[in-house]
Ligand binder design. Structure first.
Ligand code: NAD
Ligand code: ZN
Ligand code: ZN
Length: 376
């Protein structure tokens, strides 16, 4: 490789500050160090978490940064000590990691890893150390990835190798949103055959949760969103009932309890709104109902203690509970064998220069996922 060991200059969309448009820049990407790989990003998409950081951050912590954490590409070069990857490997970088050595990685109960940036740097939404520079300044890698750049450097514990024949322009979605929503249903909730489920929020994460409920054998799946345009897609993924909370003059939890004769068995909050989280919990059946919080925000959430005293369970999920190195390659194969859908999430295809249009489309609820072709 002509570029191995050298700094690479390439294009990237830089978020210099919160609430401002992303700026196309030439950046420098350092060569990979010990245990790191450098990846040529071929396809990427934006997830709501990128938008949350860009549009709702209240200070400059975590800026300047390069957003993007759902992507697929090929390994360009590897640093010393990297044995798992070689140049040319098809890979999906991830914002979660699996070192296989820490107490979390060794436990089947969790997909957390002691070495993740999430443990100590959630304020910045990335490690303070980065391989990107632009105009002489270090630029952070949002959630340790930063895939709105043509090349990224990332530790090998965050990277999964996938099958050579996997279509990167679709499996890139397994870098975050689809994996999260699907796993929230099949792993974190553990949806059971014949159960009644409710999914709040029908972006890619919520739609993937609907798909998970369906694949786990749920008999009835309520799709809840304030944007009724999302209902058609939810039906494609297996939803059976469709509710707009704004169409009722009482809380949606009461509506669901009435419609299901006591509440749903499983609910999944895929919005990132603490009021919605509360309704998701309160929609659950007494005795056994379980609500999974998937949506991300940084405000406090609450409900009355009686909700839990009555035997409901409230839990959260990071990346749908999948240990990335075990889970993501398997999901790629599940897609290729037709067990899970991916194409149906893709509503737009654009190039990196159009990224600000994607932000607008997502913000206004017109786009589920837009795949950016980094070669254009
Ligand atoms: P998205 O913006 O595409 O979808 C959100 C949906 O929620 C939209 O359809 C919107 O109309 C709907 N919505 C908004 N307010 C609502 C309300 N009051 N009631 C019902 N529906 C409402 O987002 P996405 O990319 O699908 O991500 C969803 C959430 O998941 C975000 O909060 C994101 O940060 C989070 N997330 C979490 C993890 C994790 O590991 N836990 C990973 C990825 C994403
Ligand atoms: Zn670990
Ligand atoms: Zn995400």
């Amino acid at each position: 490789m002509a570029t191995a060991g050298k700094v690479i200059k390439c294009r990237a969309a830089v978020a210099w500050e919160p609430k401002a448009p992303l700026v196309m820049e030439e950046i420098e990407v350092a060569p990979p160090q010990e245990g790191e790989v450098r990846i040529k990003i071929l396809y990427t998409s934006l997830c709501h978490t990128d938008l949350f950081h860009l549009l709702e951050s209240t200070d400059n912590k975590g800026f300047p940064t390069i957003l993007g954490h759902e992507a697929a590409g090929v390994v360009e070069s590897v640093g010393p000590g990297v044995t798992e990857f070689k140049p040319g490997d098809k890979v999906i970088p991830n914002s979660g990691c699996q070192c296989r050595e820490c107490k979390f990685c060794k436990s089947p109960k969790t997909n957390l890893c002691e070495r993740s940036w999430v443990n100590d740097h959630i304020e910045f939404m990335s490690y303070p150390k980065t391989s990107f520079t632009c105009r002489g300044k270090p630029i952070l890698q949002f959630t340790n990835t930063g895939t709105l750049a043509e090349y990224i450097v990332i530790r090998q514990i965050y990277v999964v190798k996938i099958d050579d024949d996997a279509p990167l322009d679709r499996v890139c979605l397994l870098g975050c949103g689809v994996t999260t929503g699907y796993g929230a249903a099949v792993n974190s909730a553990g949806v059971t055959p014949g159960s009644v489920c409710a999914v709040f929020g029908l972006g890619a994460v919520g739609l993937a949760a609907v798909m998970g409920c369906k694949n786990a054998g749920a008999s009835r799946i309520f799709a809840v969103d304030i944007n009724e345009k999302k209902f058609e897609k939810a039906k494609v993924f297996g939803a059976t009932d469709f509710l707009n909370p704004q169409a009722y003059n009482k809380p949606i939890s009461e509506v669901l309890i009435e419609m299901t004769n006591g509440g749903v068995d499983f609910s999944l909050e895929c919005v990132g709104n603490t009021e919605v989280s509360r309704h998701a919990l309160e929609s659950c059946a007494k005795g056994w109902g379980l609500s999974v919080l998937v949506g991300y925000t940084n405000t406090d959430f609450s409900s009355k203690p009686i909700q839990l005293i009555y035997g409901k369970t409230w839990k959260g999920t990071l990346l749908g509970g999948f240990k990335i190195k075990d889970g993501v390659p398997k999901l790629v194969r599940d897609y290729m064998s037709g067990k899970i859908m991916l194409d149906e999430f893709i509503t737009h295809r654009m190039n990196l220069e159009q990224v600000n249009d994607v932000v607008k489309l997502m913000k206004t609820g017109q786009c589920i996922r837009c795949i950016l072709d980094m070669s254009k």
